[in-house]
Ligand binder design. Structure first.
Ligand code: NAG
Ligand code: NAG
Ligand code: NAG
Ligand code: NAG
Ligand code: NAG
Ligand code: NAG
Length: 478
């Protein structure tokens, strides 16, 4: 199946008029008959499903150009296409073919249609299967395009960045080098300190203003006092936070706290220097905007409400009230799984190969105590899926700290990104590169260039380009 996106040309005309909106690059959407199970001939080994991929060849130099390959992560692949402008910015300089592959069990790449997320069917959602999908797809696309001699450079951000690192670990025959942006691969190490995430969110607010972080802390304290004062307290809270349905129990209140924490999490992750619509519609520098709102509020509790509203209602909000139960769904990942089918797939991944972080503790972070220990995750996952993470698998299968054999990867991390402390921030291996994006939130380097870019991200993109150039040259000369 092949669908060309036409609405994009209207976008481009708009851009000519409104110069600051960036023009989205069109693509051709294709589907590949992908093996359902790469590793077991006896079960589903002969069966296939339709894996979606997006492709753009207008810059491609068929003689000497590489393939830029985005290792799709936990969502609809078009969302990553729309938020990874760096690849399009540099594709013309490299004469690259651009290809984005959707991850199985996300977007339109559902191996068992609308029954994919049932317990009987979800077992084929693994990192190993996803990586095997990617290289199998590449193998066949390269043959179809007579491009078997083209080097492939993998790109990815967040879990996608982990995938782009792992695909180079596992398939150096297929991948010449990788840009692994904001990739917290050490989450798979059993001995990592899992308290870093909410502490790093807190540090981002402290960095914006120490007063702001103090206000958030006192906001939660004041909120707890109100909640403890009984029904009228819960009623007042419900009003201040514009909840659709008033809180009626302490459980509701606890859920609301996690819902608030989730908004701070995203404000920090998406703290880009210009307005962006990735996982939410936010203004430029949303952490500073939230801190202004908090500072200007009449009291610390209203301040918290304002900051929370900023994430859930967005810049051009249309919500009349907040439904905390549809806007935030608790799951195996306390940083949020998101809502809808992608959230369910991610929940399963967080219950198996991808355990994430602990909950908040109120000490190293400014949030209320909302614990989520590895043991609590095990219990939750047993209840939800009948499985729990295998603690040794990360080190055995995905290397974790043992990166001595790795090569041709740039690991980039933003110093504002709350995931940074799960990533590769230093190395003694001369064959991999570590880059810190000063002033960068979650994989800012993968986004398209912008007049508001901090010089830190401009510098890191140059480093990434240099290494891509080096890997491509080495590939052709070896
Ligand atoms: C799932 O898909 C089948 C076949 O397309 C359809 O008949 C069925 O109504 C769908 N079920 C749900 C719950 O959407
Ligand atoms: C690939 O090469 C074959 C044989 O030279 C040719 O028939 C075919 O059209 C080429 N395909 C593409 C996509 O260029
Ligand atoms: C709730 O609000 C009312 C009216 O503003 C106030 O009188 C009351 O003290 C508040 N109750 C709590 C527990 O904050
Ligand atoms: C909010 O506070 C900031 C400084 O903290 C100030 O620049 C801004 O004008 C204030 N906004 C409003 C609406 O008062
Ligand atoms: C969402 O934003 C709009 C526009 O600013 C505002 O009118 C509305 O009251 C906000 N909704 C909530 C629930 O705060
Ligand atoms: C956080 O994670 C570590 C490492 O898994 C664990 O030992 C510790 O108990 C956790 N702490 C809390 C408060 O959940």
């Amino acid at each position: 199946m092949m669908v060309l996106r036409f609405q994009l040309s209207t976008c481009c005309i708009l851009v000519a008029l409104v110069a600051f909106v960036s023009c989205q690059v069109p693509y051709v959407e294709k589907y590949f008959d992908q093996y359902l199970d790469h590793f077991n001939y006896m079960s589903n080994g002969q069966k296939t499903y339709k894996q979606r991929y997006l492709i753009q060849d207008k810059w491609w130099d068929r003689e000497a150009g590489p393939i830029f390959f985005y290792t799709g992560n936990e969502g609809d692949i078009t969302d990553f296409w729309d938020n990874t402008g760096f690849m399009f910015d540099i594709a013309p300089q490299f004469g690259a073919l651009v290809l984005f592959a959707e991850h199985r069990y996300y977007g339109k790449s559902m191996p068992f249609g609308n029954a994919s997320l049932q317990r009987d069917n979800i077992g084929l959602l693994t990192i190993e299967q996803a990586l095997a999908d990617f290289v199998t797809l590449l193998y066949h696309v390269k043959q179809d395009l007579n491009a078997t001699k083209c080097p492939v450079i993998a790109f990815g951000g967040s879990y996608g960045g982990m995938l782009s690192a792992w695909i180079r670990f596992k398939y150096p025959n297929a991948i010449a080098g990788s840009i692994a942006a904001s990739a917290p691969i050490f989450l798979l190490a059993d001995n990592i300190n899992r308290d870093f995430f909410f502490a790093d969110v807190t540090k981002d607010f402290q960095k914006a203003s120490a007063q702001c972080a103090d206000n958030v802390r006192s906001g939660f304290t004041a909120l707890a006092k109100m909640a403890a004062s009984g029904p009228s307290g819960l009623q007042n809270i419900s009003k201040i936070f514009h909840l659709c349905k008033p809180l009626s129990t302490q459980d509701d209140y606890m859920h609301m706290l996690a819902w608030i924490r989730n908004s701070f999490t995203f404000l920090a992750m998406l703290d880009y220097p210009y307005p962006a619509s990735f996982m939410g519609d936010l203004p430029a520098n949303p952490v500073n905007v939230a801190c202004d709102d908090i500072g200007n509020a009449t009291d610390v509790v209203s301040g918290l409400a304002k900051a929370t509203e900023l994430y859930y209602n967005g810049t051009a909000g249309t919500l009349q009230c907040f439904d905390i139960f549809t806007e935030y769904v608790p799951c195996a990942d306390p940083t949020g799984c998101g809502t809808g089918p992608a959230g369910i797939s991610w929940d399963y991944q967080a219950c198996t190969e991808l355990p994430t972080v602990n909950g908040s503790n109120g000490k190293s972070d400014f949030f209320p105590v909302l614990p989520f220990t590895p043991e609590m995750r095990d219990d939750y996952c047993q209840k939800t899926w009948g499985v729990s993470p295998r603690r040794d698998w990360g080190a055995v299968q995905f290397w974790t700290e043992n990166l001595q054999a790795a090569s041709n990867i740039v690991f980039s991390n933003g110093d504002l990104d709350p995931w940074r402390d799960g990533g590769v921030l230093k190395t003694t291996n001369p064959n991999i590169q570590v880059a810190i994006v000063k002033g960068g939130a979650h994989h800012l380097d993968l986004r398209g260039h912008n007049a508001k870019d901090p010089i830190g991200v401009v510098a890191v993109r140059e480093i990434e380009k240099q290494f891509i150039r080096k890997w491509v040259n080495e590939y052709y000369t070896q």
